[in-house]
Ligand binder design. Structure first.
Ligand code: ASP
Length: 409
């Protein structure tokens, strides 16, 4: 059986076992969860997280050093960031439009902010200004991805300019990359068990009454995620990347499953780069540049959740959003998606920034809290898919055609 099938099977079993505990054996869930599911899930998560910081550093150094022409680097950077911004804006427009039409918040909701304590979202401008690390080692210790990215790009750029003078260093980084990728493959052997345990924990602990109460909101978010996936990514792939969505899904599914089970773009990064390079034929240079950057700043799924949630909350508290407020949501949600770290649940914290920007009560986040764990799994999958779609398109536009070679072989 192929690895993706095994992981899929693990995930399916996780859903079944989680449901079984939730409905039939709720009392036994805590014990089994604490002694089996949580430890197994944690081992898997720690194993892949262990590789994230070194992989971001090494692959971005290689990705940047691989482009010796600064003009080409600028071009790739510009294409990548434009793609990220345009797709995120589209995602929010889709989310706002659908939520305004479907009106998920009109009904008999009670505003109940008692059980949510608002956490303050870090100001995005500050995050942007802090991109240059004053201490790169500290950036790595604190897993500050944006700072690690900036540092790696500087080093890679210098290496590209110094050319043969730093041959030795280049070789060292290349070899480090091989070692890390080997480890990714090794860790992935454990993924079926990890996915099983993580999903069982998430489903088993899910309050299903919340799902019923918030089903309209939940379905609108899932619907927009699906539309964005099929139409925006599907057509971008077809017209700009000359690849069908089916081919893409076939190659990228291992990463999508890991994103779904971990709810973390960062933790999925090693797997998503591996899948893009090996199965979608994206060159190491482009994948090494686009995907770590995307895992940190490009979050279309999160932006969709925030767009729908804002309209939903406005409807529940019976406040109409004006056109200028909708535009404010578009801008702040785009910024929030850049500032959202690729770890579970942060999208919800950043939602407070979007709500504040249009004068909605932050406590109302309690209204969407109950289903957020579930939505996080789906939106993270969309988040990392957007990065990989961008990598395919940028790679193609730079004239790399590795997929043809892959298909031929
Ligand atoms: N979990 C998401 C991610 O890692 C971020 C979020 O929306 O909470 O991409």
């Amino acid at each position: 059986m192929s690895l993706s099938k095994k992981i899929l099977l693990g995930m399916g079993l996780g859903v079944l076992v989680g449901l079984l505990f939730n409905f039939a054996l709720p009392n036994a869930f805590d014990i089994v969860n604490n002694y089996i599911f949580i430890p197994v899930g944690k081992i898997f998560l720690n194993l892949i997280k262990m590789l994230v910081v070194p992989i971001v550093l090494v692959s971005l150094i290689l990705g940047t050093a691989g482009v010796s022409d600064p003009k080409k680097l600028g071009r790739i950077g510009l294409k990548t960031v434009s793609f990220f911004l345009i797709t995120t804006a589209l995602a929010i427009v889709l989310a706002l439009g659908t939520a305004l039409i479907v009106k998920p918040g009109i009904g008999d909701y009670q505003l109940d902010g008692a059980d949510y304590e608002a956490t303050e979202a870090p100001p995005v401008i500050e995050t942007l200004l802090n991109i240059i690390p004053t201490n790169p080692i500290n950036a790595m210790v604190q897993e500050n991805m944006l700072q690690i990215i900036a540092f790696a790009i500087f080093i890679g750029f210098a290496m590209a300019r110094l050319g043969t003078k730093v041959d030795g260093l280049l070789k060292l980084v290349e070899q480090a990359n091989n070692v890390l990728m080997y480890l990714v493959n090794m860790v992935m052997k454990f993924a079926p068990y990890g996915a099983f345990a993580l999903i069982a924990t998430a489903i088993g602990g899910q309050g299903f009454s919340a799902i019923a109460a918030m089903s309209k909101y939940l379905f609108v978010v899932l619907f927009v995620l699906l539309i964005h996936f099929v139409f925006v990514y599907g057509s971008a792939l077809k017209f700009l990347g000359k690849m069908s969505l089916i081919t893409f899904i076939k190659g990228f599914s291992p990463a999508m499953i890991v994103a779904f089970s971990t709810s973390s773009s960062n933790a999925t990064l090693p797997v998503s780069m591996d899948a893009a390079q090996k199965n979608l034929g994206v060159s190491k240079t482009v994948s090494g540049f686009v995907q770590p950057l995307g895992a940190t700043i490009n979050m279309d799924g999160t932006a969709i959740m925030q767009g729908v949630a804002t309209v939903f909350i406005a409807q529940v508290v019976a406040q109409d959003l004006t056109l200028s407020q909708l535009i404010t949501v578009l801008l702040t949600a785009t910024l929030a998606s850049i500032g959202t770290a690729g770890v579970p649940g942060v999208g919800l914290i950043m939602l407070s920034m979007v709500l504040t920007s249009v004068g909605l009560p932050v406590e109302a986040i309690a209204l969407v809290l109950g289903v957020d764990r579930l939505i996080d799994m789906f939106r993270t999958t969309v988040n990392i898919t957007g990065d990989a779609v961008c990598a395919v398109i940028v790679d193609r536009s730079e004239g790399n055609n590795d997929l043809d070679d892959l298909e031929r072989s």
